[in-house]
Design a protein around this ligand. Sequence first.
Ligand SMILES: C[S@@+](CC[C@H](N)C(=O)[O-])C[C@H]1O[C@@H](n2cnc3c(N)ncnc32)[C@H](O)[C@@H]1O
Length: 284
Amino acid sequence: MSLSTLSFAYVSDLVRRETAMLYPPEKAYLVESRLEPLARAAGARSLEAYVAQLRHDPNEQARVADALTINETSWYRDNTPFRALATDIVPALLRERSGRHLSVWSAACSSGQEPYSIAMTLEERLPQDWTTEIWATDVSPTMVERVAAGRYGQVEMNRGLPATSLVKYFTRTGSEWEVLPQLRAMVRPSVVNLIDDLPAMPRFDVVFLRNVLIYFDLAVRHEVLDRVRDVMAPDGYLVLGSSETAMDLGDRWVRETCGRLQLHRPAPYVRTPAAAPTLTATGS
Ligand SMILES: C[S@@+](CC[C@H](N)C(=O)[O-])C[C@H]1O[C@@H](n2cnc3c(N)ncnc32)[C@H](O)[C@@H]1O
């Protein structure tokens, strides 16, 4: 089954309107492969017939936008951000936050490996008398349900999770592995679309916004970054994906290097050497 140019344009416009994700024509094969199961389930004779149906069905349009999100993720993805969280960011926040509470946001969290990797890191680094909440949000309701379920198949478990963490934080349920309740209690899943007004949220000390800006055009990246900045503590830490750190972030962020990681702080930010001794400002 294949899509005409017109139908592909309709679907890519729909996804762009709903999520801001860009699907250029060379990604037509991906769109077709994701639409095929939906077309079969809807009883359509062909992809063309399905798209014709889609034009009049808002529920089906929401299903298409959900199905076309790209959810690639893994445990401790790229390692460096989680190492920096453990060895630099958390120690700095332990010194700076007298309220003994940390708020962290994994924005665009996919199926949950990122927020649960953050939860395992904090579980190991925060003193007993500190509390934490980790917001885990995504535009895809299917992904948010997966975060809430906290269950993963063996292939997913094999992607980046150290054996010691598997033994410590998961139990086996049939063919799957389930996150322990103590970790699940730290994570707060919800549907949040980064291109809409954000819901009421805490002032986040740390935001992981990784591997999602790459799908947006420059204007949307700036809008999303402004929105994220508005819910961050003025001395909070923004962690982007490894290919996103070189992006033009405008003048509202200050770049800092932390070992091999590039961090971003809301500008203006005046560093106090005692607060973050290992972080080096490199300008925006
Ligand atoms: C490639 S995954 C990245 C997951 C995780 N942050 C990581 O780095 O492993 C990108 C995620 O962004 C989500 N996404 C796409 N557009 C979004 C939007 N407008 N608002 C919120 N999430 C969005 C997708 O649903 C997908 O789960």
